[in-house]
Design a protein around this ligand. Structure first.
Ligand code: SF4
Length: 469
């Protein structure tokens, strides 16, 4: 095992976070802090492109936001408009060339794009563009968007964006920057979040509202599904690219990806997750000594469960917050090092106790299995687990990194078989009905495809070959 793989858990990964500022003298620094708040959405690379009204300047690198930028670099990026991006990629495309924002020059003009999501017709679009003479520099969906937009630019950027949105299919929230404007775009189904805020006389657009709080921006509203929002010297203007389609807000953003202090799809993530816990307690009355999460997954749901069931809530495992991505490889005798270095159980608390663990999801099951083994070794008498969503039986093609059924334990095994594989005394999953009830969103406005297999945008071609940026 490679040493830097030890800390890469089976947890699913979001593909990207976007943050941008229009008309602020501190645009670069604000974007830096905005990306800092969005780091959970992508940890492989980050970048900021800044415009001073005439020219673009950029800095992109592999790594975490605080490691990539320092005072000197931020000082050198001068301008009042900034666009930033944090990225996670699937294996094989983890290259600096694929770091975003991505920029091109077209007819003497500069355009940069930062994208979150995944196009489901990327393969056919790319093939067609290549046949027509486009030369691609990266493997990113974002580059397809830029090529399509550039080709349609003869009628102006606005019409070009409408044409692009009518051509691409799938999940995308993106921000495009020109020398003197920002254009925010959200796909007609609204899979990924994208919010608009205000700071002083400028505007901010970000994947999640937790980033607004950090820089003192005020939330105005979400960019609507299917909306193209143009911000320039004339102010703010939203146009609709297409007739409204059914909404398909990604429920897994609420369950897992977004930060609990964000509001997405019109609701607060923390409060939603607590409600999931309450629903679990109603669906599965249990009698145990204590309920606990594995930090930081399932924490809000565990609080909700404990309150509803009046079961003592404990932090039975302690997380080391200072573990980096790489470290010296342990010797063979240091068993389960990868698990223990990150989470260490409180033996005196758990020994001889019946324990209920609340998890937010089980994707491959291997991490849960190692963690449960550790709890058994320290003498927990019973170990039960409740998961605050239904079993993941279907892949996601809209920008989350489990894109084949083979990666999903629930696509291969029954709930009882998963219980035995992980080594639990019992295992239960929240039903789809109760999951939906925990939201304030009508069922028809949610994407639940990884649970029920009903894909809101049909998957007509192989997806994910190029990337899941
Ligand atoms: Fe989200 Fe699942 Fe739909 Fe993917 S399939 S967009 S993870 S709800």
């Amino acid at each position: 095992m490679k040493s830097d793989n030890l800390l890469l858990s089976e947890r699913p990964r979001e593909e990207c976070g976007i943050f941008s500022v229009y008309n602020h003298e501190e645009a670069t620094k604000m974007t830096y802090f905005g990306l800092y708040a969005l780091q959970h959405r992508g940890q492989e690379s980050a970048g900021i492109v800044v415009s001073d009204g005439k020219c673009f300047m950029e800095h992109k690198a592999m790594g975490l936001v605080p490691d990539i930028f320092d005072e000197k670099i931020l000082e050198s990026l001068k301008g009042n408009i900034a666009l930033g991006h944090v990225r996670y990629s699937t294996t094989g495309s983890s290259l600096l060339i694929n770091a975003q924002p991505f920029r091109i020059q077209y007819a003497g003009k500069q355009i940069a794009v930062a994208h979150n999501g995944n196009l489901v017709n990327a393969r056919s679009l790319r093939t067609k563009l290549e046949e027509e003479g486009s030369i691609f520099q990266t493997t990113m969906d974002s580059e397809i968007v830029l090529h399509l937009t550039a080709k349609a630019m003869k009628n102006g950027l606005e019409k070009a964006m409408i044409s692009t949105m009518n051509t691409v299919k799938g999940a995308y929230s993106m921000v495009i920057m020109t020398e003197n404007s920002l254009i925010a775009v959200r796909d007609p189904n609204g899979f990924r979040p994208l919010s608009l805020g205000r700071i002083d006389s400028g505007y901010v657009i970000a994947s999640e509202t937790c980033s607004f709080d950090l820089i003192g921006a005020e939330y105005i509203r979400d960019v609507e599904p299917g909306e193209i929002l143009i911000i320039n010297k004339d102010g703010l203007r939203g146009i609709r690219a297409d007739k409204p389609r059914r909404k398909a807000y990604c429920i897994f953003e609420l369950i897992y990806f977004a930060r609990p202090d964000s509001n997405i799809f019109g609701q607060n993530v923390y409060i939603f997750r607590k409600k999931q816990g309450r629903m679990l307690a109603q669906e599965f009355p249990v009698n145990v000594d204590l309920v606990m999460p594995f930090p930081d997954s399932g924490t809000c749901a565990a609080i909700g469960f404990a309150q509803e069931s009046e079961t003592p809530l404990e932090m039975g495992v302690i997380r080391n917050h200072y573990v980096g991505r790489t470290f010296i490889q342990p010797s063979q005798s240091m068993r389960d090092f990868g698990v223990k270095v990150k989470l260490n159980p409180v033996k005196e608390l758990l020994k001889g106790k019946s324990v209920l663990i609340i998890e937010d999801s089980i994707i491959r099951g291997t991490t849960s299995r190692s963690r449960i083994k550790t709890l058994r070794e320290i003498g927990a008498s019973e170990i039960h687990m409740l998961v605050s969503c239904p079993p993941h039986r279907y892949p996601c093609y809209y920008g989350i990194d489990y894109s084949t059924r083979g990666e999903l334990i629930a696509a291969q095994k029954t709930v009882d078989e998963i219980r035995d594989f992980i080594g639990l005394d019992s295992l239960g999953y929240l039903s789809i009905d109760n999951l939906v009830k925990a939201t304030d969103i009508p069922r028809g406005d949610l994407c639940l495809a990884c649970f029920d297999g009903n894909y809101p945008v049909p998957i007509l071609e192989e997806v994910g070959k190029y990337s899941l940026e």
